[in-house]
Design a protein around this ligand. Structure first.
Ligand code: ZN
Length: 454
């Protein structure tokens, strides 16, 4: 934190390395600290999110905290491994091993064990000799135990999981899971939305794995706007130049949009602006200066697109897993009914409906506590909708028609993702006439009046 009596250059330096605390960062930090020190049933965790939300910052802070709190010099509580896109195939695993061992070269026992390890000393060596691979892996596991490492962070973890087309993410994940289980220490993969997908390709692997999202701030939500403004204010107050903080804060939405709600991006942007002003001997932080140091429109568009697509993919994958689970539960419940009865009286006047969930017998089975009852048949449609949040908000139309049962429900916009909520099937057949979103041939559209039936 810069103080007025510091030398100007050290004020600049301390601003460059300033990391502001903000609610999303603190939440992730608390979660990770609990996962590292508390009781848990998993050894692998993936922390994913958009670029520039602050993932690397939170990892650095945690590693520093753990090391500062450690009083025994023989203990190294946390290790960071940087995964790199250049490491293809088995090089990715080798790179992981070498990175871990590099961090313990200060210790004679590790120097001793690594000095004759062909895969450690001959960087770039390729080997198909299983004995050599086993040897290097054993030394890594020995080192992790010797220093009582609690957590290994793999930054840019998506590169470790998908090093090339021959190396399947699931195989990499199995390898890492086995390593984590043998050493019984937490491995945290930190990365983008691809990481989330790689971790969910195989149901087996996800059993001893958890994931955690590091979200950005979404400007469609008042609380998040306030939190974002808080982070912006802390940054501005620390700028080692003359700053009209209230005046700049009044442009908070501009800051939010141009940083895509990512505090890491925002911080880099302000630091670069201050650097530029400093080198020109200017003393006032202005909107003009900020504008000229901002990311280019095409860069912003790409980052915004990546973040939105990623958030959308994850939200959709989650809805899909929930539906699959519900279907399994329903199927299982239905298979256990020897007689399936349909009660037309309770079900819209006896009209035959294809694909309806089947009415249940009076006796419920134990898994059926979410099961539909006679009067409340759950509709099978509940999904993430491909409607741009901006388009949705500008439209002023909040309700949408369910493509399955024509129910009208308020669409839910949260964190930039629009969902059609879970609902009961519509029971009446009156025509809808109000202005509403409906699923068209290629996209969701607003119509008023009755929908043309094919
Ligand atoms: Zn419906």
């Amino acid at each position: 934190m810069p103080t007025p009596d510091m030398l100007p250059t050290s004020r600049l330096e301390s601003f460059r390395t300033l990391k502001v605390k903000h609610p999303r960062l603190e939440e992730v930090e608390r979660f990770l600290l609990r996962a590292i020190s508390g009781h848990r049933s998993y050894t692998l965790l993936d922390l994913y999110g958009a670029g520039g939300v602050g993932k690397s910052t939170v990892v650095e802070q945690i590693v520093r905290q753990l090391r500062d709190a450690e009083t025994d010099p023989a203990v190294v509580p946390a290790v960071i491994v940087q995964a790199s896109p250049e490491d293809v195939g088995s090089a990715a695993r080798l790179d992981y091993y070498q990175h871990v061992l590099d961090q313990f070269q200060h210790h004679p026992a590790i120097r001793d064990r690594t000095k004759n390890l062909p895969l450690y000393i001959n960087r770039g060596k390729k080997s198909n000799d299983p004995a050599e691979w086993l040897e290097v892996r054993n030394v890594v596991e020995y080192a992790l135990r010797l220093f009582q490492v609690k957590v290994v962070f793999v930054d840019e973890g998506q590169h470790l999981l998908a090093p090339d087309p021959q190396c399947k993410p699931t195989a990499q994940l199995d390898w890492l899971k086995a390593l984590a289980n043998r050493t019984n220490m937490l491995h945290v993969l930190v990365g983008n939305f691809d990481l989330y997908e790689y971790c969910h390709l195989n149901g087996q692997t996800t059993r001893r794995m958890r994931d955690h999202h590091f979200p950005r701030y979404h400007l469609d939500n008042q609380k998040e706007c306030e939190e974002f403004v808080g982070a912006l204010q802390s940054l501005l107050e620390n700028v080692p130049l003359t700053v009209d903080v209230p005046a700049l804060l009044s442009h908070w939405r501009w800051f939010g949009e141009w940083s895509m709600g990512c505090v890491g991006v925002l911080g880099d942007w302000i630091v670069e602006t201050v650097d530029a002003l400093w080198s020109e001997n200017k003393t006032v932080l202005t909107v003009d200066a900020l504008t000229s140091s901002a990311l280019q429109p095409d860069q912003r568009a790409r980052l915004e697109m990546e973040a939105r697509t990623g958030e959308h993919r994850v939200a959709r994958a989650k809805v899909q897993s929930e539906q699959e689970l519900q279907q399994l539960v329903d199927t299982h419940a239905n298979e256990r009914k020897s007689v399936q009865t349909v009660n037309p009286a309770a079900n819209g006047g006896g009209r035959e409906r294809k694909g309806n969930p089947v009415e249940r017998a009076a006796v419920r089975d134990p898994v059926g506590n979410q099961a539909p009852s006679a009067n409340t048949l759950r509709c099978i449609f509940s999904d993430v909708l491909d409607i741009d949040p901006g388009r949705f908000q500008d439209s002023g139309v909040a309700r949408g028609e369910c493509p399955e049962c024509a129910a009208l429900r308020q669409l839910q916009l949260r964190n930039g993702i629009l969902r059609y909520p879970a609902h009961e099937r519509r029971k009446t057949q009156t025509l809808q006439t109000e202005r509403r979103w409906v699923q068209g041939e290629t996209r969701w559209e607003i119509i008023s009046g009755a929908r043309r039936k094919e």
